[in-house]
Design a protein around this ligand. Structure first.
Ligand SMILES: Nc1ncnc2c1ncn2[C@@H]1O[C@H](COP(=O)(O)OP(=O)(O)OP(=O)(O)O)[C@@H](O)[C@H]1O
Length: 533
């Protein structure tokens, strides 16, 4: 073969933009230009333990590779020697016999003609590391001369350099795309955190329950799933529904809310679906229903458990088809709304007893959210109190700076059957009775139904304190008889009191110190001494 042909082949190789076609082009070129049967390459596997066979015809590579492992540390075959020495090996017919102990190699060379030599040619990158091994069966006359020829060596150098270049582009591309994937993930995570932080200004509470509730709201806001909110009265179901809407793509569209329990059954249908003029006696003009009004936005059906069964059937149809017909209308209309429902009763139970349609229940329950009662998240209470004081100040143009610990302590001992709404009312009442510039005192609180036997909040708070202080605190008082180190017992008690107070004030050391009658520096010093983080 002439130098010009190698040059032409080299230029074809340079046109390849990916490694696989490059190798195929290289091997095909050899098969065409040289009098040989089937050249192939051996490439190290990713773990570097074996050599993989790469030939242009899959059947050929399979026949070489079938069941054969070309382990790099198996010196029974000559390829591992070529790998180690990085030197070209040319095996004549007699030398081949020496390697017949390796069954795979024996099968590979079985059909070689007597005058053929096997050329094992390591391909290095420019740093001297092995890229692969080229294997050729050539007539004796050519084997030696070919590998010595300058044009052949240049051709192979073009092939290996281009191979290396494509590999490094591929690695760069992969790294680039990994980098941009992680940047997207980091940005998304940061965005979600920022949104959750923003939501914490309206949906207040630092307890883990509230934090995960806010995360759920942000997560589901980005989807189109139907949301079912369950929680006792006054726990903030409407606030959560509003949050789902505000943090969704529909936030600039209407948020339409209706309380199914507050509207008589016979009116609920016309409220939802609307009606045409003359649809029933008294329908003097047409009225748009709430389903139509929610088009593009969100429809919030509060107390869905109170919806009559017949209307449930109609609602299910609307959800399936996104179409509805106003009362007395001839045609169906479309509305693209996202449904959010809430209930203070256990709808699953109602669906089992037949009071609520089971198919509707499952259709509505695509993303269930459960809001815990206030008494089950005592650590939220101080922050909620502060929030309601701020809200009161802003709406009434007043200046109540905060609440005294004795008053907060009283609030912590109430059970709140009316949940956050009840707390809000109590705080607003107390604010109204407190003079500007003064903190809310015990005297400003309404009479609260406090059962000393049943101090739900205290119990909850103690449980939280116990969990942070390795269970040393609350039980201490009941084990006076067991105390054998007074100093240690006093330290434990002191630590438990400070920890409880820090929890009560959401970690605000200034307020905790105030409430304990200590200077802030003294409290800080005690925290270090008692190892309170
Ligand atoms: N986590 C919270 N942060 C701030 N305010 C809250 C929170 N939870 C509830 N509220 C306030 O408590 C009051 C009652 O909330 P909301 O109306 O959302 O409760 P609900 O569960 O829908 O009540 P109902 O079952 O009676 O319809 C509202 O003023 C609301 O702003």
């Amino acid at each position: 073969m002439q130098s010009q042909q190698w040059l032409h082949r080299a230029s074809v190789l340079l046109g390849c933009s990916q490694v696989k076609p490059l190798i195929a082009e290289f091997l095909d070129g050899l098969a065409v230009e040289l009098p040989l049967e089937m050249p192939f390459l051996l490439l190290p596997t990713i773990d570097g333990r074996e050599l993989d066979v790469v030939a242009t015809q899959p059947a050929f590579s399979q026949s070489i590779a079938s069941g054969v492992k070309w382990a790099v540390d198996d010196f029974e075959h000559p390829f591992s020697h070529a790998l180690q020495s990085q030197k070209t090996m040319i095996l004549d017919h007699d030398t081949l016999l020496y390697w017949q102990g390796h069954s795979g190699f024996m099968a590979l060379t079985l059909n070689m003609k007597k005058d053929q030599h096997l050329v094992i040619y390591p391909l290095n990158n420019d740093k001297g590391a092995i890229l692969g091994i080229l294997v050729l069966a050539l007539p004796e006359s050519m084997a030696m001369t070919l590998v010595m020829r300058q044009d052949w060596q240049s051709f192979v150098a073009v092939f290996t350099r281009h191979w290396q270049l494509l590999e490094s582009i591929r690695t760069q591309d992969r790294e680039q795309s990994l980098l941009s994937d992680s940047i997207v993930l980091i940005r998304k995570d940061k965005f979600d955190k920022e949104q959750a932080e923003q939501l914490s200004h309206t949906l207040v509470g630092c307890s883990e329950l509230m934090q995960s509730l806010r995360k759920d709201i942000i997560r589901v806001g980005q989807s189109e799933l139907a949301v079912m909110i369950q929680g006792q009265t006054g726990t903030g179901k409407e606030l959560v529904a509003q949050g789902v809407h505000d943090y969704s793509k529909r936030k600039d569209q209407p948020f339409i809310a209706i309380n199914c329990a507050a509207i008589p059954d016979n009116l609920l249908e016309s409220e939802l679906f609307g009606y045409e003029k003359g649809a029933f006696s008294g329908a003097d003009s047409a009225k748009k229903g709430l389903i139509a009004a929610a088009d593009g936005g969100s429809l919030f059906l509060d107390e869905i458990g109170d919806m009559p069964l017949l209307l449930q059937t109609k609602l299910l149809r609307v959800l399936e088809s996104r179409q509805f017909r106003a009362l007395g209308a001839a045609k169906e209309t479309q509305s693209n709304f996202r449904l959010i429902v809430a209930s203070h009763v256990d709808l699953k139970h109602k669906s089992r007893t037949g009071e609520f349609r089971q198919d509707l229940f499952y259709r509505l329950c695509q993303f269930p959210i459960s809001i815990p009662a206030l008494k089950d998240r005592a650590s939220d209470l101080p922050e909620l109190v502060t929030h309601f004081i701020h809200r009161f100040n802003a709406s009434q143009e007043r200046h109540v700076p905060g609440i005294r610990f004795s008053a907060l302590d009283r609030l912590l001992r109430h059970d709140y059957p009316g949940n956050v709404r009840e707390l809000r009312n109590i705080v607003e009442y107390a604010c109204a009775l407190t003079l500007d510039g003064q903190e809310i005192d015990l005297g400003a609180l309404p009479t609260l139904d406090i059962e000393s036997e049943n101090m739900a909040f205290k119990r909850q708070l103690n449980a939280e304190v116990e969990s942070v202080s390795s269970g040393i605190s609350a039980s201490l008082m009941s084990h006076f008889d067991e105390i054998d180190d007074l100093k240690e017992a006093v330290s434990q008690f002191e630590r438990a009191v400070i920890e409880a107070r820090l929890i009560a004030f959401s970690g605000d050391r200034g307020r905790a110190a105030d409430s304990l009658g200590l200077p802030k520096r003294t409290l800080a010093h005690k925290c270090i001494k008692l190892e309170i983080s």
